[in-house]
Design a protein around this ligand. Structure first.
Ligand code: GTP
Ligand code: MG
Length: 139
C-alpha cells in the first residue's frame, strides 16, 4: 500500500492551451512531490479502459473521444494525505461548482474538458499509476 501517493493527469484541453507548466507549479507549491511524469497520448481504446468504471454513463463515448483527442501529462505524486488533498486542490468536477483558487476553477473549460484528473482512492491511485508507469523507480 502507498497511502501517501496519488495519480493525476493533465487533460488534453489544458495541455493544448499551454497550461501544464502553471498547473505543475500549483501542484508543487501545494506540497506534492513528483514521483513520475511523462507526456503521452491515449488511443480511444486505452481511454475507455482507463474510464471503464463510467462505461454505462451517457457521456462515456464523448469522454473517451475527448481524452484521446490530444496529449496528456500523467503523473504520480507523493504527499501526506495525497488523495484527499489533491482532490481539494483540483476542485469539483464541474468548474462552475469548483472553489476559487482550485485548478479546475482556474483552467477547466467545462464539466468534460476539466483540465485535470485526480484519483478518488488509494486503491485507484495505485491502479491508475500502474496503468501509465508500471513499476517506478523512486528518486
Ligand atoms: P476525474 O478526476 O477525471 O476522475 O474526475 P472526477 O472524479 O471529478 O469525475 P468523475 O470520475 O465522476 O468523471 C470522470 C470524468 O468524466 C470527469 O472528469 C469529466 O471529464 C467527465 N464527466 C463527468 N461527468 C460528466 C458529465 O456529466 N458530462 C460530460 N460530458 N462529461 C462528464
Ligand atoms: Mg473520478
Amino acid at each position: 500500500m502507498s497511502t501517501n501517493k496519488t495519480f493525476t493527469m493533465i487533460k488534453p484541453d489544458a495541455v493544448a492551451d499551454g497550461n501544464s507548466g502553471a498547473i505543475i507549479k500549483m501542484i508543487e507549491e501545494a506540497g506534492f512531490r513528483i514521483v513520475a511524469l511523462k507526456k503521452t497520448k491515449l488511443t480511444a481504446e486505452r481511454a475507455g479502459e482507463f474510464y471503464a468504471v463510467h462505461a454505462e454513463r451517457p457521456f462515456y463515448n464523448d469522454l473517451c473521444k475527448y481524452m484521446s483527442s490530444g496529449a496528456i501529462i500523467p503523473m504520480i505524486l507523493e504527499k501526506d494525505n495525497a488523495v484527499a488533498d489533491f482532490r481539494t486542490l483540483i476542485g469539483a468536477t464541474n468548474p462552475a461548482n469548483a472553489d476559487e483558487g482550485t485548478i479546475r476553477k482556474l483552467f477547466a473549460k467545462s464539466i468534460e474538458a476539466n483540465a485535470i484528473h485526480g484519483s478518488d482512492s488509494d486503491e485507484n491511485a495505485q491502479i491508475e499509476g500502474n496503468f501509465f508507469f508500471g513499476q517506478v523507480e523512486q528518486y
